[in-house]
Design a protein around this ligand. Structure first.
Ligand code: PLP
Length: 411
């Protein structure tokens, strides 16, 4: 006779209560269900260049393929030495990293894994981390999962989405351990000036905060925008700079990232030992993808052709901004970097009370998938994030449909 086990319910643990990643949340799940029914969905929700015809430089693929036979074993936990050396060379000519030590570079399965490791190595229950609002939501999720409390500082749309330095100051408490800066920013596309960064770094200095600089879009800047690394302004502070291959080299699926640790370390031995420990518990990052790092960072930087005036990414950004600005009750700060627009829906015109519902309705009606602004920890339901990756004609057609939909939409 078949045996029947008495199964204990497996409920969600409390530690996941505040862990959210809405970019792949319920709206994306509904999109997947529609796809399974045979609908074609235009996915403007994920900064994933490859599906939009952005091919990685061939040399990266060839090098990784050639390395496959020798990449069968685990590597050192930090990552292979040649790739870490390549990361050091990549920063050699940039201010802020003159003494970057190859032993202070960790490779990861994307920046994502390194963010998780860092926050787990840093936080005791109740410790606080300053995270921007809006943010790339992994920072909030990883802080919560690590037992910490994310404290969101506001970025000001009317000031080009710059962080409000006074709001950062107001949210510092004796429990604040770290300050996250995402520059160029996802989702807003802001690229912070040296002056703004200097003010933020000064706060970190006054309150002895660890600087966590997510600079994954540092080479994706438009017009006359110039990226300044936080590390360059804070040689006297411990700073972790996160970056990787996903965006600049269009190989998000390979899962290759790094963190470069700069500044004084003698006060942070426990934390750094924790990072080392967690790096060893994940054994090592995907080894073939580590081999892609050296050739990517030291070879021809093809991203430059995509971001200069007339380049594909720059043109698509322009199309998105002008289409959105032409919509009634929609406005958009012109992104100066990254791969997204974060338009505002004027509450006087659109009266959106539930931006998740808006995205679900847009999906059902137009088969276009975008992410609601509150998914980026933005406090009010009046923004959307749209990726600017589709070819200009596709982007234009999609935004035309979105504009028509919004014009007749009421909640
Ligand atoms: N940080 C930011 C700001 C991002 O936008 C992303 C991906 O969209 C990541 C980190 C994660 O990147 P990775 O693919 O290296 O894990």
């Amino acid at each position: 006779t078949p045996r029947t086990a008495r199964l204990r319910p497996l409920t969600q643990p409390a530690k996941l209560q505040n862990v959210l990643y809405e970019i792949r949340g319920p709206v994306a799940a509904r999109a997947a269900a529609l796809e399974a029914e045979g609908h074609r969905i235009l996915k403007l929700n994920i900064g994933n260049p490859a599906p939009f015809g952005f091919e990685a430089p061939d040399i990266i693929l060839q090098d990784m393929i050639a390395a496959l036979p020798t990449a069968q074993g685990y590597s050192e936990s930090k990552g292979i030495l040649s790739a870490r050396r390549a990361v050091v060379s990549r920063y050699q000519d940039e201010p802020g990293f003159p003494d970057l030590d190859v032993d202070r570079v960790y490779l990861g399965n994307g920046v994502s894994e390194l963010i998780m490791m860092t926050l787990n190595a840093l936080l005791d229950p109740g410790d606080e981390v300053l995270v921007p609002a809006p943010d790339y939501p992994l920072w909030t999720a990883a802080t919560s999962l690590a037992g910490g409390i994310p404290r969101h500082y506001l970025c000001d749309e009317e000031d080009g989405w710059n962080p409000q330095v006074e709001d950062i100051r107001a949210k510092i408490t004796p429990r604040t351990k770290a300050l996250v800066i995402i520059n160029p920013n996802n989702p807003t596309g802001a690229v912070y000036s040296r002056e703004v960064l200097e003010q933020i770094v000064e706060l970190a200095r006054e309150h002895s905060l660890l600087l966590l600089a997510d600079e994954i879009y540092d080479r994706i800047v438009y017009d006359d925008a110039r990226h300044v690394s936080v590390a360059a302004l804070a040689p006297d502070l411990l700073c972790l700079t996160f970056n990787g291959l996903s965006k600049t080299y269009r190989v998000a699926g390979y899962r290759a990232g790094w963190v470069a640790i700069t500044g004084p370390t003698s006060h942070a031995r426990g934390f750094l030992e924790g990072v080392e420990l967690l790096a060893s518990t994940r054994l090592c990052p995907n080894v073939p993808a580590q081999h892609a790092i050296q050739v990517a960072v030291s070879g021809h930087q093809s991203i430059e052709e995509l971001i200069r005036p007339g380049g594909r990414l720059a043109e698509q950004r322009d199309i998105a901004v002008s289409m959105l600005d032409s919509m009634d009750g929609v406005s958009c700060v012109r992104p100066r970097g990254a791969l997204y627009v974060f338009p505002r829906l004027d509450p006087e015109v659109h009266e959106i009370h539930d931006d998740v519902q808006l995205c679900l309705d847009l999906l059902e009606s137009e088969k276009i998938l975008v992410v609601h602004g509150t998914g980026f920890n933005w406090p009010t339901p009046d923004h959307l994030r749209v990726v600017t990756l589709p070819w200009g004609s596709d982007l234009q057609a999609a935004l035309e449909r979105m504009g028509n939909f919004l014009a007749g939409y009421r909640q």
